[in-house]
Design a protein around this ligand. Structure first.
Ligand code: DAK
Length: 258
């Protein structure tokens, strides 16, 4: 498939999806989101890919769902087609590690999509927000839930009820982003992080991701049990034997992803 609205590149075990509708500040139109879905589906089944970066332009990660495309929708259009269920599901259900590298605006659906990734690395010019209330709607692809879990009730209420934007430093203080880097270093830092992840055993990285995500879905005791079972299962892998042998023999591990 050819891609018009995203740039889709692979470098070794790392793939990058760059949202690329600069004139619309990467507003999430259906065509672009279909391309993101297609790219993720290719990457899920490509064994050579171990980690993915989702990013945008310097000015905008994504300024939200495409308001122009959405404005005339009627309730039944949105209810029956439920486009964001499809698009969000493709990111939510993506099983390999995926990093959001965010510069500029990450607003509305843009912020929600960044939050669906495993973690966010932010450039110092990043601005996060859920301004839907200013359009007389509210976040609709998980923003009220994920933002609240990430930053707590007070800040989530503040952001969703006022529609104000939050800069990178505030976002890091609040726990929404894992680190802030200068804008001109964002892609390098994200790629370095992705390469580090990609150098680990892929199944172990996938199990680690799955287990952390369980923390949001269940009780502490059930989560700890889930962790213990998957931890035990890791001792069936060749990579666990190799990782520990390499440490003991003071050499680099050579994982086979088995
Ligand atoms: N949609 C469509 N076009 C957008 C856009 C958006 N979200 N954001 C920006 N653009 C377009 C502008 O219309 C403008 O186009 P032209 O006028 O040049 O044709 C171009 O991008 C440049 O924007 P500005 O001229 O406004 O640029 P500024 O630097 O002055 O301002 C801004 C940047 C990001 C502050 C401003 O563009 C802005 O406020 N944008 C809107 C931000 C926003 O409200 N985002 C939330 C969108 S609502 C659903 C679930 C969820 C959702 C939808 C459905 N279902 C379950 C069905 C999600 C909803 C949302 O995300």
């Amino acid at each position: 498939m050819s891609y018009d609205m995203i740039e889709f590149t692979r470098d070794g075990h790392v793939a990058k999806i760059r949202l690329n509708r600069p004139k619309a500040l990467n507003a999430l139109c259906n065509n672009m989101m279909n391309e993101v879905m297609q790219a993720l589906s290719e990457l899920e089944s490509d064994d050579s890919i171990h980690c993915v970066i989702l990013t945008g332009s310097d000015k905008a990660f994504a300024a939200g769902a495409d308001i122009k495309e959405m404005q005339e929708n009627q309730y039944l259009d949105i209810y029956k087609n439920d486009p964001f269920e499809k698009y969000a599901g493709a990111i939510e259900r993506f099983r390999k590690p995926i990093i959001a590298a965010v510069s500029g605006y990450a607003l509305g659906g843009g912020c929600e999509i960044a939050m669906m990734c495993d973690f966010i690395i932010a450039a110092d010019n990043a601005k996060f927000g859920q301004p839907e209330i200013t359009l007389a709607v509210m976040p609709g692809i998980g923003g009220t839930q994920r933002l609240t879990r990430a930053v707590g009730k007070a800040k989530a209420m503040d952001l969703c009820l006022t529609g104000r934007m939050m800069g990178a430093e505030e976002a890091e203080r609040a726990g929404l982003v894992s680190r802030i880097v200068p804008l001109d270093e964002l892609q390098d830092v994200a790629e370095e992080a992705a390469r580090k992840i990609a150098a680990q055993s892929l199944p172990i990285a996938m199990m680690t991701k799955e287990t952390i995500n369980v923390a949001f879905e269940t009780t502490l005791q059930q989560g700890i049990k889930f962790e213990r079972r998957l931890f035990q299962s890791m001792f069936t892998t060749e990579d666990q034997k190799e990782g520990m042998a390499a440490f003991v023999e003071k050499r680099k591990p050579h994982f086979k992803n088995k």
